[in-house]
Design a protein around this ligand. Structure first.
Ligand SMILES: Cc1cc2nc3c(=O)[nH]c(=O)nc-3n(C[C@H](O)[C@H](O)[C@H](O)COP(=O)(O)OP(=O)(O)OC[C@H]3O[C@@H](n4cnc5c(N)ncnc54)[C@H](O)[C@@H]3O)c2cc1C
Length: 631
């Protein structure tokens, strides 16, 4: 059979869903679609860069650890892969309350990427293609397929865009600028114009990364060694804790100094950030060292964390010194830091600019409001970070699958998950810089802890079909153990026996004057479930994670109850749906700015409307009155 020479041809292999991108968002999206039974194709410009970590070699950290545990509780993959490829692990903020405890693990980057690739390759219903997608095809506002650089057309019913930092990517340091993606990979230069033709507004954002230094050129004796936790807690609720008690590598802490800052100040005119060479907007919460020296001029030193990129490489990541200063300045700057005096730079620090979208063009399902069947997740939505990307990818993938199956799509609200906070902020609030998750963004953070993500979300994962019966059963059993033990403790009364008084004295706790329940005792700050073991005669051994829940539920009972009451208030406004065909311009007493913002964003609920910047509480009252009359 002779095939025609024209450049466009239709690939007859039937696919339901095309996922554009095999980064942290694309991997989760494609796995969710394939695991929900949809024939899925995942595209990437390089199969050797699947789940690449182009920046920091770690997963998790403050609030990001919460996202990974929530993603795992819903049936996502990142938590399982990092549990198999981490080289150091730490629970952050342990000295603070459980709401901000956050897991962070150093990853062996190459091993992480290889492992995620194996997961994709062994996934039924999923094919992988190394090819740049250049066009999104749609008719009458509905997706029909994608077209690639080679001219191949792949008809499909839904598309998930997870293009990360590759769209019209440009890498810059000093006067040097290259049209490349991260790590010198090929950029994707054609898709932006296709998206603009579909009426999608694009933003230009930027982010940056530090140099990588050869470990043999570092003098670690001038740094503080940073160790992992003695007892490691896994990210995934499916990982057996015994499997993660491994020998860990160290990270190292050093500091910049006045010399470093002087070198930077003296060369700011050559910084593309300050010379105007960079047009994209960068993340405020991941500042470059140049920004830190300028913005925090009163600080005489900044922390620098030297982190291994993996077990089989000499490359060390210089955390805290992301920079796009010229190469010669980078050598001088890094070599001014104690321990780096003879640093050999393997890869220069650089900034990268890329195209992404204003996510207010999306519904909370991560589907475009104006193009049915087109979804998106990750850095493309204006966020920053592997964890933020993976969380969005999972939700976008689940909803693309549900769209194709004609089922109701999933929206997690701000009281259910950090993922709900992340997506609601992205699709509701105006943002002109990459969005990074933080615990302070979650108003109900005492309920959204990393330790109870399974109790909040695994039922939803089971209902969707990403969590199997066995895992669901394990959750039920865990909750039963927690409930029964809480009830047992409530009904055990401790008298003022010598044994009890002796224990209280040993723990520096006030002696009892009359009998109280064990629950009351455990509630005392200086006591805990473990501390009262010797006087609790009928206790049965319980798993570590069950004991953790019992301690938190008892000690924070009052705060948790108060936050639950706040959530009830929140839910009232969140469930007040706004009619789809409402015309805000008809509402006379609504302020002009509010009319504009509400018409632009088309909020689904009064709760979402109240979070739009430029919409005042008075506007919300006017809207509520109008809806009442309308009803
Ligand atoms: C230099 C640099 C510095 C960074 N610094 C930070 C930081 O300081 N803090 C932080 O939180 N995050 C940082 N990040 C961001 C972090 O890497 C990303 O957040 C994360 O990788 C985003 O994941 P993603 O899945 O959205 O996209 P990526 O991981 O970028 O993956 C995108 C995928 O899409 C594919 N692709 C793109 N376009 C096409 C196309 N048209 N056709 C086919 N395939 C396509 C690519 O091949 C790739 O597989 C940095 C990233 C870079 C590159």
């Amino acid at each position: 059979m002779k095939y025609s020479a024209n450049s466009v041809w239709e690939n007859k292999d039937q696919y339901d869903i095309a996922v554009i991108g095999a980064g942290h968002a694309g991997c989760e999206a494609a796995l969710a679609c394939a695991r929900l039974g949809l024939k899925t194709m995942i595209f990437t410009v390089s199969v050797d860069s699947i789940a690449l970590m182009p920046c920091n070699p770690n997963i998790g950290g403050s609030s990001k650890g919460h996202l990974v545990r929530e993603l795992d509780a819903l049936g996502g993959e990142m938590g399982k892969v990092i549990d198999r490829t981490f080289i150091q692990s730490k629970m952050l903020n342990k000295s603070k309350g459980p709401a901000v405890h956050s897991l962070r693990a150093q990853a062996d980057k190459a091993f992480y990427s290889r492992t995620m690739r194996q997961v994709l390759e062994s996934q039924k219903n999923l094919d992988i293609k190394q090819m740049e997608v250049t066009d999104i095809l749609a008719e009458d506002g509905k997706i029909t397929g994608v077209q690639t650089y080679s001219g191949a057309i792949y008809p499909c019913k839904a598309v998930v865009l997870c293009t990360g930092t590759y769209l019209r990517a440009r890498c810059i340091y000093g006067e040097v600028s290259t049209q490349t993606g991260p790590n010198g990979l090929q950029p994707a230069n054609h898709l932006t114009s296709s998206l603009e033709k579909l009426g999608i507004q694009m933003y230009r954002f930027k982010t940056g990364t530090p140099a990588r230094i050869d470990k043999n050129s570092i003098d670690f004796s001038k740094m503080e060694e940073q160790f992992g936790d003695e007892h490691v807690q896994p990210f995934s609720f499916t990982t057996d804790p015994d499997d993660v008690q491994i020998a860990q590598t160290s990270c190292w802490l050093t500091y910049t100094n006045e010399t470093t800052h002087e070198i930077i100040r003296a060369n700011l005119d050559r910084s593309p950030l300050y010379s105007g060479m960079i047009e994209g907007t960068g993340p405020r919460y991941c500042p470059s060292i140049e920004d830190k020296v300028v913005k925090f001029a009163d600080k005489n030193r900044h922390q620098v964390f030297i982190e291994p990129e993996g077990l089989n490489t000499n490359e060390m990541y210089v955390g805290g010194m992301s920079s796009s200063l010229p190469e010669d300045v980078q050598y001088a700057m890094y070599r001014s830091v104690p321990g780096l005096e003879h640093a050999k730079i393997v890869r220069n620090g650089y900034a990268i600019e890329y195209d992404c979208i204003d996510a207010r063009q999306l519904n909370a399902t991560l589907e475009f409001k104006e193009i049915s069947g087109l979804f998106s997740g990750g850095q493309f939505n204006g966020s920053s970070g592997y964890e933020e990307a993976a969380a969005q990818g999972l939700i976008a993938g689940i909803n693309a699958a549900k769209k194709v199956r004609g089922e109701e799509m999933l929206v997690l609200d701000r009281s259910e998950a950090y993922i709900g906070v992340l997506i609601d902020d992205l699709v509701t609030k105006e943002s002109h810089e990459p969005y990074r998750m933080m615990t302070s963004r979650a108003e109900y953070r005492l309920l959204l802890r990393q330790d109870n993500a399974d109790q909040r979300l695994t039922r939803i994962g089971y209902r969707i079909g990403l969590i199997d019966q066995n895992r669901y059963q394990k959750l039920i059993e865990k909750e039963k153990m927690i409930k029964e033990e809480m009830e047992r403790l409530e009904h055990i009364h401790m008298g003022t026996s010598d044994e009890v008084q002796k224990l209280l004295e040993e723990c520096g706790s006030t002696p009892l004057t009359s009998g109280i329940s064990l629950t009351e005792l455990i509630r005392r700050p200086e006591l805990s479930y473990e501390a009262v073991k010797s006087i609790d005669k009928t206790r049965q051994p319980l798993p570590r994670e069950v004991i953790e829940q019992i301690n938190i539920n008892i000690k924070y009972a009052g705060y948790i109850a108060r936050q639950q009451r706040q959530v009830e208030q929140f839910k009232k406004m969140e469930t007040k749906r706004i009619p789809e065909n409402i015309d805000y311009n008809e509402i006379k007493s609504l302020r002009i700015e509010a009319k504009q913002k509400l018409s632009e964003i088309k909020p689904l609920s009064v709760g979402q409307a109240s979070r739009i910047s430029g919409v005042s509480p008075a506007d919300i009252s006017v809207l509520l009155v109008h809806m009442e009359q309308f009803r």
